[in-house]
Every structure is written in C-alpha cells, then in structure tokens.
Design a protein around this ligand. Sequence first.
Ligand SMILES: *Cc1c(COP(=O)(O)O)cnc(C)c1O
Length: 380
Amino acid sequence: MAFGHRYTGLIDRYRDRLPVHDDTRIISLGEGNTPLIRLNNIPRELSRDVELYVKFEGLNPTGSFKDRGMTMAVTKAVEEGSKAIICASTGNTSAAAAAYAARAGITAFVVIPDGKIAMGKLAQAMMHGSVVIQIEGNFDDGMRLVKEVASAAPVTLVNSVNPFRLQGQKTAAFEIVEELGRAPDFHCLPVGNAGNITAHWIGYSELAAHSGDHVTAACTFCSGHCRYAGGGVAGQRPKMLGYQASGSAPFMRGAMVDNPDTVATAIRIGHPQSWDVAWKVREESGGWFDECTDDEILAAQKLLTEKEGIFCEPASAASVAGALRDIRAGKIPDGSSVVCTLTGHGLKDPDTAIAQASRTPIKVPAEIDAVTRAIHENMD
Ligand SMILES: *Cc1c(COP(=O)(O)O)cnc(C)c1O
C-alpha cells in the first residue's frame, strides 16, 4: 500500500461500482475491508480436503455486516435531503442505523421486538441517541409497521427493502474475489430476510459479467468502466448456500412462518423481505437452503471460539454449522474452496455466550498457593 494511503470506507473504494456521484457527501465509519480468515484447526479435524474461510463481518464499525448497507442507505438518504431514517430490526440494523444517523447528524427511529434483542445491540441503539420504539410484537410485525409509516411520514426506510442497502452489501463479494483471486466454489450465509445472500449474488454476478473481455449489461452502475473490465478475474460464480435456524426456516417450509423462534435472534424472521429473489439466487447459483437446530448453531459458535479464536454471534455461526455438515456429508466435495460469512460479532450477545461457555470462572482466595493450584488443576 502506498505511503499515506488511508482506507476511507467501501463507498470510496468501490465508487465506480456504486450509485454515487462525484460530489456526493459520503457518510462513512470506515466500514468494509474485513478479514478473510482461513480456518486451520476445524478443517484438520474434519479430515476432508477443503479450503475453508470465514469473512469476519463482525469486525465492521458497529459489529455486523449491516454497516456495508447502512453507509450506502444513509449516504443516499442525506443526498435526497432526508432528516430522519427508520427501520425495524432484530438488533443489528438498528445499531448500524443509529450510528450512521449520528455520523450524518440526522434522527434514527428504530423499531425493535419486545424482548429477544441481544443486549449489546440495544446498548448501541441507545448510546447512539436513536429513538428506540419497542413494540409488543416480533420483527415481522415491526417490518409491516415501518413500511406503512415510511410511506406516509417524512422518514427514509433503511431496511434491506431499500435498494441502496444491497448495493453496499455486495462489496463483500468484491473483497473476497480480490483476496482469493477468484470466486470461491461455495459461499455460505445465515438467512433471515435473505437480503445479504442476494447482495452477495449481485456482487459476484457483476464481477463475473466483467471478467475477461466479456462485459455484459448485468452491471448497471459502472457503465463498463470498472477495473474488472478486461481484467483477469475468472467469470465463475459460487454456489450460494443459505442456512436458516430450524425454528425460523420459511425457506425450508416453502411458506412464511408466523411465530419464528431461535436463539439466533438476528435471523428470527418468519416473513423474509427478499423471498422471491432469494429463490432465484438459489436456482441461478445451483446452491441450496438448509436448516440448523439451535444446538448445532451454538455448537458451531463454540467451535469457532475455542478452536479458531473467532467470536461471532449465534446467527453467524449458522453458516459454519451448515457448511460443516455439508462438508462431512460430501455435498460440498473435496477440493472445494468455501467462504462462510460471519455476519456479526459475538460481543453483541454476551448473555447467550456466557450461558453456554465451557468454563466458568474459578473463584479462589487472592493467594499464590490457590492460584498455582488452579493452574495445575486446569492444565490441558
Ligand atoms: C441481519 C443479520 C442476518 C440476516 O441477514 P439477512 O440479510 O436478513 O438474511 C444474519 N446475521 C446477522 C448477525 C445479522 O445481523
């Protein structure tokens, strides 16, 4: 990297492929550019020959991938003169909306479910000064309400039905292809509203359309000027694998689910907003949907923390839980490269983490003998 080069967020970096003008005031917190970490210990124990990576989106400024979409959505809202934004949220969208609204100097209204919101996410929405409206209902109720409110009141809706959200989120696919030099064979994501799996597919598809000298009409924003035109990136796209929590799996049931329930609160969604388009993603990519139980999700979360040193929130672990099962079963064959998106940071939900941690603190007197004994007794 050139001396003095400062990373200033994903809009600046991918300006040529995003719907912004030269004079657009960009609302950024330096989101994107998250690490793609190759897993070592977990694959070794699988005794399968796969290249397994996690894209740790929990390292975005507010701790989830929602920042990628929110920088775009709030930038466009401000450009259009909006003074307030609104969203329904299971937690992470509200955290991101609150932070980017604070950065922009506008108001955020966030509608969250009563209970079942992770403590870290609530703390963020409150600390950033958003107006938190807690409804006696779930996320799907909240979504219905904010859509109606936003159609009448002078507030901009920043849920993933806002098309700028997916434009921002597609940049995760760009980063992955830049790092690997090609698209992975499989890309695994947890699915709630199915906005993120759709956004990744948009990103991979734009790159594929611009590989070699084969520029098609698929990319609507760069007019063929992006740096992939004529470039060497293979025009291949991954199979997209979407994993849902069993208690909240409308894509597995083939129908909306009215009372979704799961420990993975970020994907506790029964009426996905990107329903039709997500089915298209599955079909076009040749991928599949599957479900994981809460036990499988929590086991994968723990495996990542204990074996790889990576702490993601429960919903994020659904991607790894599903991928590991499909690798073991051979549905993801040997020789494959696999990327799992870890959508949010484990610190978001400390209560769930502490409730299932393998070790609780050992309480001893503040004496050298007691501490020494505790060390000897717990040496692996
Ligand atoms: C929002 C979110 C999801 C679900 O993404 P969708 O785009 O709604 O499918 C998954 N995990 C985390 C941590 C989230 O915040």
